[in-house]
Ligand binder design. Structure first.
Ligand code: GLN
Length: 199
């Protein structure tokens, strides 16, 4: 089974470890660069991107993670993890910094107070069996994507209809929502397949 790490500095690490294990991976928390060296893929969990950004520097993981990304390691970012994978962040804190990730602009806390947290079905390209039940918690959305970025999913109903909430560029995958909170393992299984294909 592919070994997949979950960046374990802040956020819902345990839920991703459980979902990865259920999806057939060998899942491990990653806090040090030696632990990063031992994984074939990485998940950046939901949480608070400003805090994760700070801790990435404190734990001296920024350089090592950027290096693995440019070497082709698959990375999946959910919510705050999506923000960490974005080349540009709107409504971010001036000192927050992401990885050398996806050519996209995301807006932090985009859905606004009326729909601070909500759930909606999202059909994801490449995932069979009907739409995912997507849980959004102070989530970002994707405002612009570069030419190499594939849009995998948009919100299908409610006030945010049409907003881009799932993308892929090469081996990098990002969603605004939290599949790790639903018990539906399809998105994690999809990422495990990406890791299998890459290694
Ligand atoms: N609002 C958070 C951020 O800016 C993301 C929320 C989440 O990950 N659920 O990082």
């Amino acid at each position: 089974a592919p070994v997949i790490g979950v960046l374990a500095l802040q956020g819902d690490v345990r839920e991703h470890l459980t979902a990865l294990t259920g999806a057939g991976a060998q899942a491990r928390p990653v806090r040090r660069s030696a632990e990063l060296d031992a994984v074939d893929g990485l998940i950046i969990p939901g949480g608070e991107s400003t805090t994760i950004s700070k801790l990435v520097d404190i734990f001296e993981l920024r350089g090592p993670i950027d290096k693995r990304i440019s070497a082709g390691m698959p990375v999946y970012g959910s919510c705050a993890g999506m923000i960490m994978l974005a080349a540009e962040v709107l409504d971010g804190r001036p000192d927050q910094r992401g990885f050398d990730g996806i050519a996209m602009t995301v807006r932090r806390n985009a859905f606004g107070r009326q729909v601070d947290s909500f759930e909606a079905p999202v059909q994801i390209t490449g995932i069979d069996g009907g739409p995912l039940h997507a849980v959004f918690i102070r989530a970002p959305w994707v405002e612009r994507v570069g030419a190499d970025v594939e849009i995998l999913g948009t919100v299908a109903e409610g006030p945010a209809t049409g907003r881009v909430v799932a993308v892929r560029q090469g081996n990098l995958l990002a969603t605004s929502f939290h599949p790790e909170l639903t018990g539906d393992l399809r998105l994690h299984a999809h990422f495990v397949d990406m890791v299998r294909t890459a290694t």
